[in-house]
Write a protein that binds this ligand. Structure first.
Ligand SMILES: [Zn+2]
Length: 166
């Protein structure tokens, strides 16, 4: 028997800066600040990420490239691994991702790569709590997603491992 089904993508598009809640604006500014500190001499593509924690604090990081390209790290991974190294963290409530090209202050549309989505998913399972993903979406717009799960449907997760372990 064959059964077709659809996977829903719940998202909110903020069409301008003024539409964003104040805490999201702050988080995006923090992520944008992180692009100034990124190391992207090869791609010239500066990505910044920032997380808002339940205690109100924020952390930020960015992409770190390498002459041996695969050794580089995306902003999202740099940030979440750094976050993961700190014991007894307050949980993440939101994560913002932004990008711009070298020499430009125009922030452009960005969406996390597949590997970053998997790392973001692990953080979700680790803290057992969904967090909002806020993406710079180009032309002054922002896309908000309620959880990494909507960006990575049919994902590989801890339950898959458990179900397949005797
Ligand atoms: Zn990535």
């Amino acid at each position: 028997m064959k059964k077709d089904f659809q996977i829903r993508l719940d998202a909110t598009l903020y069409e301008c800066w003024e539409d964003l809640p104040a805490d999201y604006r702050q988080l995006i500014l923090e992520a944008r600040k992180a692009t100034d500190e990124s190391y992207a001499p090869y791609s010239q593509f500066h990505v910044g990420a920032a997380i808002l924690l339940a205690d109100g604090s924020m952390l930020r990081a960015n992409n770190q490239e390498n002459a041996s390209y695969p050794c580089g790290a995306c902003a999202e991974q740099s940030l979440l691994y750094y976050y993961g190294t700190r014991a007894k963290q307050s949980p993440i409530v939101a994560m913002a991702i932004t990008a711009r090209r070298a020499g430009s202050q125009e922030f452009i549309k960005i969406t996390p790569c597949g590997k970053c989505r998997q790392v973001m998913l692990e953080t979700y399972h680790r803290q057992k709590q969904a967090y909002v993903i806020l993406l710079e979406y180009g032309k002054g717009q922002f896309l908000s997603l309620p959880s990494i799960e909507v960006l990575l449907p049919c994902n590989f997760n801890p339950e898959v491992l458990q179900e397949n372990n005797p």
